[in-house]
Every structure is written in C-alpha cells, then in structure tokens.
Ligand binder design. Structure first.
Ligand code: FAD
Ligand code: FES
Length: 422
C-alpha cells in the first residue's frame, strides 16, 4: 500500500519553531498525532503520544543519547510528564521509536516494548512532508482527540488552602459517557464471572473509585484528576468538583490560574482507579494499608466514601489504615473530612498524619501528628503485612520507588503492593 503524505509546513516555519504537530488518519483507521522535529537541519517524525500515560511528547526536551545509549541511535525526546519516574523519565528515540531509560528500570509500570511509530520526512522544494505509514512497523497510537470528550464550563473556584483550589464545573454536553465496565460488557463478565448483575453493579457506581482525563479547550495540555465529587453527581446533576494543587511551573496549573468563570475545558470518560475486586468477597478480617502524599489523598477519599457507603447498607467492607504524609500542617487536604470519617467508621478507618517539614517543638503535646518521612519504622508500626493483605501508595513522583523496597523488607510480596497514580 502506498503511504499518503501530508504537508506539515515550510522549512522557514521550522526555523521559527523546530517542532510541528499534525493529526492524521493513520493506516489502522485511527486518528494519530505526529510530531515533526527539525534538529540541526535534519528532520524526524514520531508518534506524539507517550505510551505510558499519553502525555504529548512535543512538549518534551530533545537530548542526544547517542554516547550514553548507542542503541537509541542518537536524538531522543524525553516525556515531559513523568521526569523522575522510571529511573529519570522515559526517552523515545526519534531514530527508531524505541523507549529508553537513563539507567536500567525494573518498575512494574515500565514496559520495554513501548516503542512508538516513526515516520519518513521529505523536503520537496522547501516544503516539509510527512508520510503517514510508520517506517518501523509499530502501530500508531490513537490520539486522545478521537476519544469522547464532554465540554465542561468552570462555574466556581473556591480556595482550599495556600496552593489548592476546588474547581467546580458544569457539564455542557449530554453525558453519553459511561463507566468503563458499562462500555466494555465483556470485561464486566470476566471480572464478576456471574457473581454480580450489571444492574446491581450500576447501583454502586456513585461510590466507586474513578478518575478522568481533563484538557484545555485549545487542546494543548491534558492531565488526569481524581474528582472529589461523585460520579452520581456528574451523571444526575452535571456537576464535577476537582481539588487541584497549583504549581508555579506547571503547564495545567498556569492554564487554571488564568481561568475565569465561564472558561471551557473538556473531560474524558471516567476511568477506574482501584479495581472493583478489592471490594468484593471481603471478610471481617480484610484490611488494606494505604500511604498518601499531598494530592495523592484523592483516590483514598473516594475509597473511604465507598467503604462508608457499604457499611451504611449493611455490606461487608475492608478496613483501612491510612498514613497521610505532607510537608506542613497547612498542606493537609481534606483533614476535617478524614477525621470525621475516622470517628464515624470506628475500626474500619484509622488515619495517621505525618509532617515532614515541621518542627515538633512548635506543637503542644500530645500532638495529633507524627513527624518525619514515611520510613521502615512507620511501616512496621502501623502498616505491617501481618495486619494488612495489600498496601496501596498514592503520592508524588519518587514516593513509590522509595517505599517499594521497604515494603518488601517488611514482608510484603510485590504482588501485594500497588501504586495508584494521583
Ligand atoms: C490518576 C491521577 C489522578 C490525579 N489526581 C489529581 C488530583 O485530584 N488533584 C491534583 O492536584 N493533582 C492530581 N493529579 C496530578 C495532575 O494530573 C497533574 O500532574 C498536576 O495537576 C500537575 O500538572 P501541571 O500541568 O500543573 O504540572 P506539570 O507541567 O505536569 O509539571 C511541571 C512541574 O510542576 C511540579 N509538579 C507537578 N506535579 C507535581 C507533583 N505531583 N508533586 C510535586 N511537584 C509537581 C514539578 O516541579 C514539575 O516539574 C493526578 C494525576 C494522576 C495520574
Ligand atoms: S506519560 Fe510519559 S512517562 Fe508518563
């Protein structure tokens, strides 16, 4: 089959801006984003969607890794999203599309086969053309533009603390989007093997643990968020609340800082954060250990609401021990809510706060806080595998890599440890 070609710009355009992104219909019938780069007069084209969490690679830095990683062939683009994960971030070769890390990476979430499609570029009479059939035989990734996106409007902003804001949205478009299992009935059947009917499952939805893709209306930046409002509130009242921490250098943070009431954004279909089977077939002895850092609390807040709901309707639910780490007292999110739930839920919820950048001397005794980072001692004292069958972590980059060896040291096997990204 002859590859079709697409004009991406003129040589003079690349002198002004060395990267150009286009969306094409790829030979596999899907829409794909291709980024074309001009580096020292040489042109390269690569699938623009990171294989890990679909960040747009055209926002990333170009580095020549030819000397340190000869198999990369030279120029690589570093994914801008997770720069510290995977032993220093993911690099995609512009030459052969292969994925590389700076040092060997054993992270469970890493797949060395995450190659991306590369494309030929031709300059014909000062025009730069890209051929849409991959040169390395790798299937093009579906661009996130082809997903179902619901238009949402910023309706309210409530400052939560010094760097977090609750952004409240109303959904403009009719919500055809459905929960993942409802979209994929085969997956539902496989998961529950006849033990639950879809109707009963749907009744539980408002309390499930979910997150979503969120992007600006110019389609420049896509990030994931874990809502603090329920799926039911979205479906029945078209309302969505996100608790978001703003970073001075963050791309989405800058967009949100400039946003005003009425600014349009887009949300993607809901995605499952914690698989439903963690809440099925539990006994009175089922207990999970959880470690949250900063905004990583949001999936656990959903988990706690789900457990509280199950208990309120007389169902069995797991017990949780939550160790929540923050730099300072003022950084703790949802503190009042967590304490209230802990009081209400008795031995089903124990919450321990630890602060890493406070001086214990500034707090009167007895302090409601522990001080210092999560370490082997705290895991032994509060989150031991003798009492918990699984441990979840949701926190900033680096937290998981630091903690996993400590879990193993304390007696967890690696299949009983799960990182929730948030
Ligand atoms: C499944 C999932 C759910 C999430 N839910 C939430 C949520 O409910 N609320 C929320 O606020 N965020 C949440 N996040 C994080 C969110 O997706 C963004 O990564 C975050 O808002 C920063 O985006 P940004 O574009 O502003 O910063 P980026 O442009 O991505 O990052 C730029 C710089 O900002 C700083 N930065 C960014 N993120 C962090 C971090 N986590 N810790 C320390 N420094 C950082 C770093 O200096 C970084 O180099 C979630 C992430 C995932 C994967
Ligand atoms: S999205 Fe690219 S490394 Fe995570």
């Amino acid at each position: 089959m002859e590859s079709s070609r697409v004009l991406v710009g003129r040589v003079t355009d690349f002198k002004k801006n060395p990267t150009s992104v286009i969306t094409v219909n790829s030979p596999n019938g899907k829409k794909t984003q291709i980024a074309t780069y001009c580096i020292h007069g040489q042109y390269f084209a690569l699938d623009n969607t990171c294989s890990h969490k679909q960040a747009l690679l055209s926002d990333g830095d170009i580095e020549d890794l030819g000397k340190t990683l000869p198999e990369s062939g030279g120029y690589c683009v570093r994914c801008p999203k997770h720069k510290y994960k995977f032993s220093g971030g993911l690099y995609f070769s512009l030459i052969n599309g292969k994925v590389f890390t700076q040092t060997p990476c054993n992270a469970k979430a890493f797949n060395p086969d995450w190659s991306l499609a590369t494309y030929s570029v031709e300059v014909i009479q000062e025009e730069v053309w890209v051929y849409t059939t991959p040169t390395n035989g790798v299937e093009p990734t579906e661009s996130h533009e082809s997903k179902f996106w619901a238009s949402i409007t910023l309706a309210k902003m409530s400052r939560y603390n010094h760097d977090c804001i609750i952004f409240s949205f109303t959904v403009d478009t009719y919500l055809k989007i459905e929960y993942p299992f409802v979209q994929d009935k085969k997956k539902f059947k496989k998961e529950f093997k006849g033990r639950m009917k879809l109707d009963n499952y749907l009744k539980q939805l408002p309390y499930e643990c979910w997150h979503l893709d969120f992007k600006d209306s110019d389609d420049t930046t896509l990030r994931e968020y874990t809502p603090i409002s329920s799926w039911k509130n979205l479906r029945d009242n078209s309302k969505l609340d996100l608790l978001i921490k703003l970073y001075p250098e963050g791309q989405m943070s800058k967009i949100l800082t400039k946003a005003i009431i009425g600014t349009k954004f887009f949300m993607g279909p809901p995605k499952e954060t914690i698989p439903a089977y963690f809440f099925k077939d539990v006994t009175n002895a089922t207990a999970y250990a959880c470690i949250a850092g900063g905004t990583g609390i949001t999936p656990f807040a959903q988990m706690i609401k789900l457990i509280e709901h199950k208990l309120s309707i007389g169902e069995k639910a797991p017990k949780l021990t939550l160790l929540y780490s923050n730099k300072k007292e003022e950084d703790i999110l949802l503190k009042e809510e967590l304490m209230e739930y802990a009081k209400k839920m008795g031995d089903h919820l124990k919450v321990i706060f630890t602060l890493t950048r406070e001086d214990p001397k500034n707090f009167s005794e007895p302090s409601p806080y522990l001080f210092g980072r999560v370490n082997a001692d705290l895991i032994e004292r509060f989150l031991s595998p003798k009492l918990h069958i699984h441990i979840f972590v949701s926190g900033p980059e680096g937290m998981w890599d630091t903690l996993l060896p400590l879990f193993i040291e304390k007696g967890y096997d690696k299949f009983s440890c799960t990182e929730l990204e948030a």
